[in-house]
Design a protein around this ligand. Structure first.
Ligand code: KIV
Length: 277
């Protein structure tokens, strides 16, 4: 299939996502951390690119999302925005606010959200949490910065949970999550990620909100789905949880290619005369 290089398309906005929910059109979201991948995702028609703090794991090799800094997130965000702009310009770009860049005070959260928005032309920021950060969401959205919420398994709180197990299986936590989703919506969020919760609960949250829900390990009833790009491309051999569908085995493809290259260099078959000047 030919890619639509240079052909500019209508940029996906928060309004467009709301329309998609209302029309029953599912929203596709993937993460990206660099220019090249952002170009490919935008050219292939993804609706939203999330510059996730999962960059801390899959890009930088940390065990959790906690170590990544706001400067590092901005670095990834700039590259992704450039990639989208170089391709069709259609995909919305959302940036994760990293751990401790919005928890200390509403004022600091606003300053950091502003910094993220000002340094490049991204569309929105994403924050993890419910009622505890409702005032912060309101403060950020009040100045015109769109906020995506994130409930269920919140990786920035991994040391509190102690594991990456499914959240809100118990009635009390499920009720709390439903209430948090309503609070996040009322605070002004334009969408909310639901991570690793039972599909029945995700369906209930989706039905009770006006804003779209974006699921990851949260079942088919969410208004959209998000996955980490490295996971769907099979770049990490060891990581294959139930909620990830692998669309390619790039680990094997790259491994084969590199082995062949090494062998060609050693055997003096690369570069050939045609590959030389
Ligand atoms: O950081 C991330 O990649 C995320 C998604 C998995 C939702 O928050």
């Amino acid at each position: 299939m030919q890619r639509n290089v240079q052909q500019k398309a209508a940029h996906v906005t928060t309004r467009r996502l709301l329309d998609m929910k209302q029309n029953g059109e599912k929203i596709s979201v993937l993460t990206a951390y660099d220019y090249t991948m952002a170009r490919i995702l935008d050219g292939a028609g993804i609706d939203v690119i999330l510059v996730g703090d999962s960059a801390s794991n899959v890009f930088s090799g940390h065990n959790t999302t906690l170590p990544i800094t706001i400067e590092e997130m901005i670095y990834h965000a700039k590259a992704v925005v450039r990639g989208v702009q170089a391709e069709t310009g259609r995909a919305m770009v959302v940036i994760d606010m990293p751990f401790m860049s919005y928890q200390l005070s509403g004022e600091e959260a606003l300053r950091n959200a502003g910094k993220i928005m000002k340094e490049h032309e991204c569309d929105a920021v994403k924050l993890e949490g419910g009622r505890l950060i409702a005032d912060t969401i309101k403060r950020i959205t009040d100045v015109g910065i769109p906020v995506m919420g994130h409930l269920g398994l919140m990786p920035q709180s991994i040391y509190k949970y102690g594991s990456y197990k499914v959240r809100a299986r118990e009635e009390s936590e499920a009720e709390q999550l439903l209430e948090d989703a309503r609070i996040v919506e009322q605070a002004g969020a334009f969408a909310v990620v639901l991570e690793k919760i039972p599909k029945k609960l995700a369906a209930e949250v989706t039905a009770s909100l006006t804003i779209p829900t974006i699921g990851i390990g949260a079942g088919i009833e969410c208004d959209g789905q998000v996955l980490v790009i490295n996971d769907i491309l099979g770049l990490n051999r060891e990581f294959h949880p139930r909620f990830v569908r692998r669309y390619a085995d790039l680990n094997t493809v790259i491994d084969d290619a590199v082995r062949q290259y090494v062998s060609d260099v050693k055997a003096r078959s690369f570069p050939s005369a045609d590959e030389s000047y």
